[in-house]
Design a protein around this ligand. Structure first.
Ligand SMILES: [Zn+2]
Ligand SMILES: [Zn+2]
Length: 309
């Protein structure tokens, strides 16, 4: 029987990259929140922050994030933000999970219903020229609205559940695609861009399977369904390839992250970041005269209006 390296009792879990046997209790009470605390401190994520918004999708990552932030930083004031994207057979359950989670943690929740507020759902983009890359459109729509709501709530930071696997996959995709502008933006802290607050990723060093393990051990309510639009997405393929590599070479994802973190400061001075201006439609900060969000909404409106004629 393997013993927990932290307390000596029977260990249920093995973390190959750390060659660590650990019991469920030490994992959720010590190992997991300690890593969040160290990550947050190492990147100065919460410096000067009292009130922080957490984007909660209903999935395992954001459920684990909300819970562990509360554990690691008990004096921090947290507000959860949930976007209901109107995806049939998915969004209803996601919202229910979020409501249950926030109730059990006693965290204030702000729900934004895309259909009720703006009259469309993510699926409506299928009919537009962005329809083949629905996950990318969804990303733009979510990013913009989360930042807007967080700005309106007057929080000091917006935390998202992006984990180690998400980040390493995005870094590698930006790198192999030669998109260095995107690569240098994949930092765990992005400064505020009024009216948008700064963005932080406290799970920058948290492997995806450990966020799942944490949520499972604690029995946190989360939606196990996968979004019906996600099948065949680039990021899922990338992540399963990285899993194969990690299985052969434990610690590979951490090494890749460390290498990129050394590379980014070297690249940064030579990669011109776009000048920020304001979108002519919504008036919010944007690198283009028409922001990515408004551009997609305009394409959607054109398609929907055509349908009515
Ligand atoms: Zn233990
Ligand atoms: Zn705009």
């Amino acid at each position: 029987m393997a013993r927990c390296r932290l307390c000596g009792s029977e260990a249920e879990h093995y973390l190959p990259y750390a060659r660590l046997w650990i019991c469920s209790r030490c994992f959720v009470e010590r190992f997991f929140p300690n890593r969040i605390r160290r990550t947050v401190e190492a990147y100065k994520m919460l410096e000067g922050s009292e009130k922080v918004a957490v984007a909660v999708s209903g999935g395992k990552d954001s459920a684990a994030l909300l819970h562990s932030l509360k554990e690691a930083f008990p004096t921090l004031r947290l507000i959860a933000i949930h976007l209901n994207l109107g995806i049939q057979g998915y969004s209803e359950e996601a919202q229910r999970s979020v409501e249950e989670l926030c109730r059990s943690l006693n965290v204030e929740l702000e729900v934004y219903d895309l259909k009720a507020e703006e009259g469309f759902t993510i699926g409506d983009f299928k009919a537009t020229r962005y329809g083949r890359k629905l996950c990318a459109v969804c990303g733009v729509v979510k990013r913009r609205r989360l930042a807007k709501i967080a700005g309106r709530l007057g929080v000091d930071a917006l935390a998202t559940g992006h984990n180690l696997d998400d980040t390493v996959e995005s870094l590698l995709a930006a790198f192999t695609g030669g998109d260095f502008q995107q690569l240098v933006r994949l930092k765990p802290v992005l400064p505020a861009q009024p009216p948008f607050p700064k963005k932080i990723k406290p799970f920058h060093r948290t492997p995806e399977r450990e966020a799942l393990l944490y949520a499972e051990i604690l029995g946190l309510p989360f939606n196990r369904r996968r979004c019906p639009h996600v099948s065949g997405s680039r990021s899922l393929r990338g992540k399963s390839l990285l899993d194969l590599w990690e299985a052969e070479e434990p610690g590979f994802k951490y090494r890749l992250l460390a290498a990129f973190e050394r590379l980014i400061p070297l690249l940064e001075p030579s990669v011109a970041q776009p000048e920020y201006t304001y979108c002519r439609v919504c008036g919010l900060p944007s690198s283009q005269p028409l922001c990515a969000d408004c551009k997609r909404i305009e394409a959607l409106k054109r398609v929907l209006n055509r349908g009515q004629n």
